[in-house]
Design a binder for this molecule. Structure first.
Ligand code: ACO
Length: 318
């Protein structure tokens, strides 16, 4: 049996930090409101000339270094993002160019908004389990500051920029135990950037029906964590860490409660990073691994929900 294992992680955050106090000079809000409703204290904001691919390339280089792998040893590059540098080529191909990956391995983007990383992990796992790839680089990166309406207090306080990456390799030991993905496009209008290429328009910023998204997210995460545990024949008590998408502290707390997990077993970065969409899980994972909390052999539950709605979870032994 072939499994996929995470053998390296890396991340990157832009230098510029925007604390809540700065937002109070831009919109009618307060540090108290933002922290009590979301848990967020600050977020990182990319430079005007810093792209999603630039951020992803730094995270990817760090992940490759920690896996001890050269870029040209990769046989698949996946880039999860909803803020690509260009309409085409894919950000994955732009990253190939930036890292000088010239061996001809396939590269493509994964668009599942905040759940892009769990979608990407699922694709990587299936490529490895089927024998189609041995060394996979998966990046989750987003530059949401460039699609946020900085005059809309109901959304601009929530988001930040960043990148995370993992290297997955074929192994005889697990690895990824199970993956569960869902989507329901009936909810498309609840969380969207309404304009695009084939449907041009004036509305080029994030629009969200916040409290409806919140209610859906809590209920969906409740069902999802049960489903992924049943699929892998694991118990709640087997879990060492919950590493959730970092959208809102209150959603994370509700999921941890459902799993009977104390908050000391949850990697939480939303305070410092805000919601970095596809980057949030690999950023949180890399943070927990590099500060020594997450150790080899431990069982991690990763879960996310985002625009679509699209949601999913992965159970993995690190
Ligand atoms: N500062 C002060 N007041 C505000 C702000 C703000 N930044 N934003 C909204 N308010 C006001 C509203 O106008 C409203 O005022 P009113 O009662 O006078 O009308 C009041 O606060 C309450 O607004 P709600 O939207 O009901 O607040 P809620 O408690 O639901 O919190 C929040 C809003 C934080 C957005 C929450 O709903 C949430 O986190 N939703 C989920 C977000 C999420 O998980 N998204 C998924 C992933 S994102 C992705 O996929 C890209």
């Amino acid at each position: 049996m072939i499994y996929s294992r995470i053998t390296g992680t890396g991340s990157y955050l832009p230098e510029r930090i925007m604390p809540n106090s700065e937002l109070t000079t831009m919109v009618d809000t307060s540090d108290e409101w933002i922290q009590s409703r979301t848990g967020i204290k600050q977020r990182h904001i990319a430079r005007a000339d810093e792209s999603t691919c630039d951020m992803g390339a730094v995270a990817a280089t760090r992940a490759l270094q920690s896996a001890g792998l050269e870029p040209n040893q990769l046989d698949l590059v996946l880039f999860a993002t909803s803020t690509p540098d260009q309409i085409f080529p894919s950000t994955a191909c732009l990253l190939q160019r930036q890292l000088e990956i010239t061996n001809g391995c396939p590269a493509f983007d994964v668009q599942a908004v905040c759940s892009g990383f769990v979608y990407g992990l699922t694709i990587a796992d299936k490529f490895i389990k089927s024998g189609s790839a041995k060394n996979v680089l998966l990046i989750g990166a987003d530059c949401l500051s460039k699609i946020v309406d900085w005059t809309d207090r109901s959304t601009c306080v929530l988001f930040g920029d960043g990148a995370g990456a993992v290297v997955l390799q074929a192994s005889t030991e697990p690895g990824v135990y199970s993956t569960v993905l869902h989507a329901n496009g009936a909810y498309a209008n609840m969380l969207e950037v309404p304009c695009g290429v084939s449907k041009p328009g004036e509305e080029r910023f994030i629009k969200m029906q916040g409290s409806d998204v919140f209610k859906f997210a809590v209920a969906a995460m409740d069902e999802l964590v049960e489903e992924v545990l049943v699929t892998s024949a694991m118990q709640k008590s087997d879990l060492d860490w919950l590493i959730p998408h970092q959208a809102n502290q209150r959603i994370i707390t509700a999921t941890a409660k459902k799993l009977n997990m104390p908050m000391s077993k949850v990697i939480m970065t939303v305070e410092e990073h805000g919601n970095t969409s596809a980057a949030s899980i690999p950023l949180a994972m890399d943070t927990g691994i590099r500060d020594g909390r997450v150790k080899p052999g431990q069982l991690l539950l990763l879960e996310a929900i985002g625009g679509g709605f699209a949601w999913g979870a992965v159970l993995v032994r690190y």
